[in-house]
Design a protein around this ligand. Structure first.
Ligand code: ZN
Ligand code: ZN
Length: 445
């Protein structure tokens, strides 16, 4: 039996709610999308409960679910994912957090002096200045209570904090309050931490590092010069998203598919690397609304020769939503649709692959946040039974044949339409009881 390849296109945060300035339509309804509508016409549609009904997912846990992993069990924390995305090697068992170089001021409170966040990005400090400050911190802070500390710069104000050694746990609160004019959070173990003692130990170390970073950075020459130039001082590091790095079963072993990812931004590249995908970029992609979607789709067509599964991530739809620009989102959707003609011509029409288009979550372009509404989904396979849905948007797909699908089940559905799913109960392969293996182990007589 001929098996098919799979293309999964995730338009980040594309699904939305009705927007008053768009005649009470969603951006996807308002946009002119002849190519995606064609796919809906010849494919089958539905909605995806990415994590659970009503739960707004983060992009990283959402992608894990879309790749068929259980985020409850397999999610290593945002810090670990970002480190992987930035190509920073972190050993299994180490703890990784993201951090921002931020600007704080002191404030007297009844318990003593606290720190108030004035700019979470320290005026979007340049990578060059941030790099020097972080290098200085690393020199001064290389270990705490027997735990090795690594402070690694990323782009501009961003960095990764890695702790190695001893028992560490990621179930701790963020030092970053995520709001300006709020005080720097004391890092504390979560009440339901999986290893409470390790979480307490981890929180203590993080608090020491945060306090020391302030003491060291506030007097630094670069900050003195920044203040003289009228710029905010980058006088503290604020960690968030702690997680202990672990290993998961690689995608190829779970699904029997050789996977490739095309994504620009570190977070998505990180999730893809975490599950063992080969990660590609196209120079024309920017990770913003100005990206070149055509270049991404062309690359996908090329990669399909070598890979069984190609995942393409497009960010602009989510960015426009966070910026509360529904019309910019409409334009981005129309740009995706016009580029999608490449997939229609080169993948759908030849009828050799399964193609799915969806979002990792819905993002409201009026509220500017992720929402728990299930995103629209369309799947095409050459022999799929098309439903009566003729347009690809949140309202139309409510009548779709796939109904309401759980995010973690999407891969199984795609595997089935790719004629790769193994009949339940059969066990011809030692590797998997999920997919049909093409390799056989010959009995020698
Ligand atoms: Zn997202
Ligand atoms: Zn988002």
């Amino acid at each position: 039996m001929e098996v098919r390849k799979i293309v999964l296109i995730v338009c980040d945060g594309m699904s939305d709610r009705v927007v008053s300035s768009l005649e009470e339509k969603t951006p996807l309804e308002y946009a002119k999308t002849p190519n995606l509508d064609k796919l809906a016409m010849i494919g089958c549609t539905g909605v995806l409960d990415i994590l659970s009904p009503g739960i707004p997912p983060g992009s990283d846990s959402a992608h894990l679910a879309l790749f068929g992993y259980n985020p409850e069990k397999d999610y290593p924390g945002r810090g670990a994912i970002e480190a992987l995305g930035a190509n920073i090697h972190v050993n299994e068992g180490s703890l990784a957090c993201r951090f921002n170089l931020s600007t704080v001021v002191e404030k007297n409170i009844s318990e003593g002096v606290t720190l108030i966040v004035k700019d979470r990005r320290a005026g979007r400090i340049s990578s060059e200045e941030a790099g020097k400050l972080i290098e200085y911190l690393q020199m001064k802070l290389d270990s705490f209570s027997g735990v090795k500390v690594k402070i690694i710069p990323n782009v501009e104000h961003r960095g990764i904090l890695v702790l190695e050694g001893g028992e560490l746990n990621g179930d701790v609160t963020d030092s970053d309050p995520h709001e300006v004019d709020s005080c720097v959070n004391k890092c504390e173990p979560l009440t339901n931490a999986s290893i409470p003692k390790a979480a307490e130990h981890t929180a203590k170390i993080i608090n020491e590092i945060v306090k020391s970073s302030y003491t060291l950075l506030k007097e630094h020459e670069i900050n003195k010069s920044r203040v003289e130039r009228g710029l905010p001082a980058a006088n503290i590091i604020l960690p968030r998203g702690a997680g202990v790095v672990k290993k998961v079963e690689p995608f190829i072993k779970v699904w029997g598919l050789k996977p490739a990812c095309i994504a620009k931004l570190a977070l998505y590249r990180g999730v893809a690397r975490y599950v063992g995908m080969d990660v590609y970029d196209v120079p024309e992609a920017t990770g913003t609304v100005n990206t070149n979607v055509e270049a991404k789709f062309k690359k996908a067509v090329e990669l399909l020769k070598e890979y069984d599964f190609v995942f393409i991530h497009i960010k602009g739809t989510d960015s426009a939503s966070h910026d509360r620009k529904p019309l910019e989102k409409v334009n981005m959707i129309e740009k995706i649709d016009s580029a999608f003609k490449i997939i229609m011509d080169k993948v759908v029409t030849p009828g050799k692959a399964v193609v799915a288009v969806t979002s990792d979550h819905s993002t409201s372009s009026e509220l500017g946040i992720h929402i728990g509404d299930p995103p629209a989904l369309v799947i095409y396979a050459p022999d799929i039974i098309a439903d009566d849905v003729k347009q690809f948007n949140e309202r139309a797909v409510l009548k779709g044949g796939l109904g309401r699908v759980k995010g973690v089940d999407l891969m199984k559905i795609l595997l089935n339409y790719a004629c790769r799913a193994m009949e339940y109960g059969l066990k011809p392969s030692r590797e998997s009881r999920v997919y049909r293996s093409t390799e056989c182990s010959p009995l020698v007589i």
